[in-house]
Design a protein around this ligand. Structure first.
Ligand code: C2E
Ligand code: CA
Ligand code: CA
Length: 744
C-alpha cells in the first residue's frame, strides 16, 4: 500500500562479486578466507539493516496511517511519493490512482474531472483558487502555493490544506478536517454578534475586571450614553474611580463580597456625569474562574438608574416634604422625632419639641387671600430654619403649624428648659419682625408650646400632643408667648379625651335624656318649659350639661346630641298637644352655634317637626348672642325660613354678649331672656337692676317678649314684675326635672 522505496546502506551484492576474483588469483588463501569472512559479515549486516529498515518502514506506515490528518509527500519532480489512508479517505481518492505515484497535476485533473472543486472552483477558498486551477501547481513559475487554504469537499466537509516545502525540494502537504472547528468558530462569531447587539441595544453595559478587581473591559451603548465608563478607567478598581460615591459603609461591604468571590446584585453607586449632574449606576457581577477553578476576575453589567433615582427622590419629596415650604412634613417629623428621642437616650441629654402656631393666621387668609397666606408661611419657614442649628429639625404640620425639634440640650432638666426657652424666645423675636409681602408689611406673632424629652419613653405622638397642649396654653395666656408643657395640662387633656369617648358611647347607649324647667306667666301658670339635656351616666349618675356641652361643641359631638334633643323635645310637644291641659304649652330648645351654623340645620328641624308631628308654632329655639356675631345675614335667612312655619326664636343669656342694637333690630326674634346673672343681683346691685330694667324696656320697644331666668326669690319676682317683665323661669317656680314634675 505504501510506495516507500528500499534504499539499503553498507556493501551491496555487486561489491562482493567484484572482490572475489582478485582474492583467488593471488592465491592468498588467508586473504580469501578473510574476504569470505568479511563477505558473510557484510551479508549479515545487510540482512540486519534490511530488517531494521522494514521495521522502521512499518512503524512509519503505522504512524502515518494513525494520524488524523491526511498527508502527502511530493518530490521535487511533482510526484506524490508518500500518502496515507486518511488522505485517501478525506479526498475520496482511489488507491489505484495513488499507487502509480502520480504527479499532483494528475490527481488534480482527476479531481477536476470528477467535479471535486465545483464548476468554477467555488469549493476552494478564493485566495487559493488560482493556484488549484492553474494545473501546474508544482512548477516554480506557477501561481505561488498558499501556505494554508480551506476547501470544501463534495461531501460538505471543510478541509484545511497546509503546505510545507522541503529543503531538498518537494513538499509535504497535510489535509485536516476542520468542519467541526469552523462550525464552532461560526457559532462563536454569531454568539459574539448577538452579544454585541445586546450590549449595544440595551442601556446596560458590560464590564470585566482582573483578579485584582481592576477594570479591563467595558462594552456597551457608548454611542448613546456618554456617561458610561471608557478605556481611560481601565486599570482602576471601582473604588478608585475618581467620582464614585456610595452610601456609608457600602464600600467595605462591597469589597468583602469581592474578596469572598461572591455574586453581587444591584450595588448602587453615584457618579458625576459629563455635564456635572449626578448619575446613578446599579451594578451586578459574578466572579470568573478558569478551567482549573482559579479565580481570574469579575464580570457583570451596570445600568444607569438616574431616572429611577430621580423618580424615587421625587416620590420621597412628595411623601416626606411639605409642598409649599419644602420643610419636612408630619411623617418625616415623626420619624426624626423618634430618632432624636433615641439619640437623647443614648447621649443622656435632653431634646425639646417646639410646637408653633401663628396667632390669628386665619385673618390673613380671610383678608388678603390664600396666596398671601402662603407667601407669609414660606417666609416664616425661612426664618425658622435660619434660627436653628443644622442638627435641629424644622417641620410644617400643615396650615400655620410648625414644629421644631431641638437636640443636644443639657442633661439636667431645668438647664435644658432654659436652653429651650432661649431658642424659643429667639424664634418669637425673629417672627415679631414685620413680614414683607408684596410691599405690604404684615405683623404676625407666634404662640409656642414646648415639651422636653430625654428618652424614647413617650411615643412621638404623645410628645407632639404635649407640645400642642402647651401651645394652646400659650394662646390662652395671651399669645405671642411660649409655654412649657406640665403634667396638670396633661391630666386635663386626658380627662377631656376620656370624656369625649364617653360621650360617644353615651350617644350609642341612649344615656341622654331631657329635663324640663317650667316657664310661667305673671300669675305663675305654666306656659311651657325649657328643655335641658341631662346625661344619665351609669357610674356618675346625672351629669349636668355644663360638664359635657362645651366638649361636645369642640368635638362636633354636639351635632348628633343636638339632633337628639330637638327630636325628644318635639316628641314631647306632640304628646302635650294631645292633652287639653298642656295643649297650649311651648318648649324652648337650646341650640349651639355650631349646630345652627350648619347648612343642614333648617331642613333638619323641618324633618324632625314633620316626623314628630309637633306644632312648629309651639317650638322656641334659644340662641346666644355670640352666635349672631358670626354671620348675621346667614342667621337671618335661617331664622326667617323657620319663622315662616311659626317657629319662634329667643335670645338666651341676653346682656352678657356684645349685641348691638343695630342688628338686634334686624334679627327676626320673638323674645329676649334676661341672663340669670343680672336677675340674681337685681335687688342688691343697682347696676344689674338698671341692666334688667333696660332689657325689659328694650324688648318692649322692639316688640319682643321678655323672660327673666334664674328667678329664685319672691323679691326678685316682685322687682321684675314691677318693671314690666311678664314671663319667668327659675327655682322659685320649679327646678329642671323629669317632665312629670310639670304636671304637679
Ligand atoms: P341655659 O340655657 O342658660 O339654661 C339655664 C340654666 O340655668 C340651666 O342649667 C338651669 O338648670 C339653670 N337654672 C334654672 N333656674 C335657675 C335658678 O333659679 N337658679 C340657678 N342658679 N340656676 C338656674 P343647666 O341645665 O345646667 O344648663 C346649663 C347650660 O347648658 C344651659 O344654660 C345651656 O346653655 C346648656 N344646655 C342645656 N341643655 C342644652 C341642650 O340641650 N343643648 C344645648 N346646646 N345647650 C344646652
Ligand atoms: Ca337656655
Ligand atoms: Ca340662659
Amino acid at each position: 500500500m505504501v510506495g516507500l522505496a528500499n534504499r539499503p546502506g553498507g556493501y551491496s551484492q555487486a561489491d562482493v562479486q567484484f572482490l572475489q576474483p582478485l582474492l583467488n588469483t593471488a592465491g592468498h588463501l588467508e586473504l580469501a578466507r578473510r574476504a569470505e569472512l568479511a563477505r558473510s559479515e557484510v551479508e549479515s549486516q545487510l540482512a540486519r539493516t534490511s530488517a531494521l529498515l522494514a521495521e522502521k518502514t512499518r512503524a512509519l506506515e503505522g504512524t502515518l496511517a494513525s494520524v488524523s490528518q491526511g498527508i502527502t509527500s511530493v518530490d521535487a519532480t511533482g510526484h506524490i511519493r508518500v500518502y496515507n489512508r486518511r488522505y485517501l479517505e478525506l479526498l475520496d481518492l482511489p488507491e489505484e490512482l495513488l499507487a502509480t505515484q502520480p504527479t499532483v497535476e494528475e490527481v488534480v485533473r482527476f479531481q477536476t474531472g470528477r467535479g471535486d472543486f465545483g464548476p468554477g472552483f467555488e469549493l476552494i477558498e478564493p485566495s487559493a483558487r488560482a493556484y488549484v486551477a492553474s494545473d501546474h501547481s508544482w512548477r516554480v513559475d506557477g501561481p505561488s502555493v498558499p501556505e494554508t487554504y480551506i476547501r470544501k469537499t463534495r461531501a460538505g466537509r471543510f478541509l484545511e490544506v497546509r503546505t510545507r516545502f522541503l529543503e531538498a525540494g518537494g513538499r509535504v502537504r497535510t489535509f485536516s478536517d476542520v468542519t467541526e472547528y469552523l462550525g464552532t468558530l461560526q457559532a462563536l462569531r454569531e454568539s459574539e454578534a448577538r452579544w454585541r447587539s445586546l450590549t449595544h441595544l440595551s442601556s446596560d453595559w458590560y464590564w470585566e475586571q482582573d483578579a485584582d478587581f481592576r477594570f479591563v473591559r467595558f462594552d456597551g451603548s457608548a454611542e448613546r450614553d456618554r456617561d458610561i465608563p471608557d478605556e481611560s478607567q481601565y486599570g482602576l478598581t471601582r473604588w478608585e474611580l475618581p467620582d464614585a460615591v456610595v452610601a456609608p459603609g457600602q464600600w467595605s461591604k462591597h469589597r468583602q463580597q469581592l474578596q469572598a468571590h461572591k455574586v453581587f446584585h444591584d450595588f448602587e453607586m453615584r457618579r458625576t456625569g459629563s455635564d456635572g449632574t449626578p448619575i446613578w449606576v446599579s451594578i451586578s457581577g459574578e466572579p470568573i474562574f478558569d478551567a482549573e477553578g482559579r479565580f481570574t476576575g469579575y464580570r457583570g453589567i451596570a445600568r444607569n438608574i438616574t431616572q429611577r433615582k430621580k423618580a424615587e427622590a421625587e416620590i420621597e419629596r412628595l411623601a416626606f416634604y411639605d409642598e409649599l415650604t419644602g420643610l419636612p412634613n408630619r411623617r418625616l417629623l415623626l420619624d426624626r422625632l423618634a430618632q432624636a428621642a433615641q439619640l437623647c437616650a443614648r447621649e443622656e441629654c435632653h431634646g425639646a419639641l417646639l410646637f408653633l402656631d401663628l396667632d390669628n393666621f386665619k385673618a390673613i387668609n380671610d383678608t388678603f387671600g390664600h396666596e398671601w397666606g402662603d407667601r407669609l408661611l414660606v417666609q416664616v419657614a425661612e426664618r425658622l430654619q435660619a434660627g436653628v442649628r443644622s442638627v435641629d429639625t424644622v417641620a410644617r404640620l400643615g396650615g400655620d403649624e410648625f414644629v421644631l425639634i431641638l437636640q443636644h440640650l443639657h442633661s439636667v432638666e431645668p438647664e435644658a428648659a432654659v436652653e429651650a426657652e432661649a431658642i424659643a424666645q429667639k424664634v418669637i423675636a425673629s417672627l415679631n419682625e414685620p413680614f414683607q409681602v408684596d410691599k405690604r408689611e404684615i405683623h404676625r406673632t407666634p404662640s409656642i408650646g414646648i415639651a422636653l424629652f430625654r428618652d424614647a419613653q413617650q411615643s412621638v405622638h404623645e410628645l407632639l400632643q404635649r407640645a400642642d397642649l402647651a401651645m394652646y396654653q400659650a394662646k390662652v395666656q395671651g399669645r405671642n408667648t411660649l409655654c412649657f408643657f406640665d403634667p396638670a395640662m396633661q391630666a386635663a387633656a386626658s380627662a377631656r379625651s376620656a370624656l369625649e369617648g364617653d360621650i360617644r358611647l353615651a350617644l350609642q347607649r341612649n344615656e341622654f335624656l331631657l329635663h324640663y324647667q317650667p316657664v310661667v306667666n305673671e300669675q305663675g301658670e305654666v306656659m311651657g318649659a325649657e328643655a335641658l339635656v341631662r346625661w344619665m351616666h351609669p357610674q356618675r349618675g346625672m351629669v349636668s350639661p355644663g360638664e359635657f356641652i362645651p366638649l361636645a361643641e369642640q368635638t362636633g359631638l354636639i351635632l348628633p346630641l343636638g339632633r337628639l334633643v330637638m327630636r325628644l323635645a318635639c316628641e314631647q310637644l306632640a304628646l302635650w298637644a294631645a292633652m287639653p291641659r298642656t295643649a297650649g304649652w311651648s318648649v324652648s330648645v337650646n341650640v349651639s352655634a355650631k349646630e345652627f351654623r350648619r347648612p343642614h340645620f333648617v331642613p333638619q328641624v323641618l324633618e324632625i317637626l314633620q316626623e314628630s308631628g309637633a306644632d312648629p308654632s309651639r317650638l322656641k329655639v334659644e340662641l346666644t348672642e355670640s352666635l349672631m356675631l358670626h354671620d348675621v345675614e346667614d342667621s337671618i335667612l335661617k331664622m326667617q325660613a323657620l319663622r315662616t312655619l311659626g317657629v319662634g326664636f329667643s335670645l338666651d343669656d341676653f346682656g352678657t354678649g356684645y349685641s348691638s342694637l343695630g342688628y338686634l333690630k334686624r334679627l327676626p326674634l320673638d323674645q329676649l331672656k334676661i341672663d340669670q346673672s343680672f336677675v340674681r343681683d337685681v335687688l342688691t346691685d343697682p347696676n344689674d337692676a338698671a341692666i334688667a330694667c333696660t332689657i325689659v324696656a328694650l324688648a318692649h320697644s322692639l316688640g319682643l317678649k321678655v323672660v327673666a331666668e334664674g328667678v329664685e326669690t319672691p323679691g326678685q319676682l316682685d322687682f321684675l314684675l314691677r318693671n314690666g317683665c311678664r314671663s319667668f323661669q327659675g327655682y322659685l317656680f320649679g327646678r329642671p326635672g323629669p317632665v312629670e314634675l310639670l304636671y304637679k
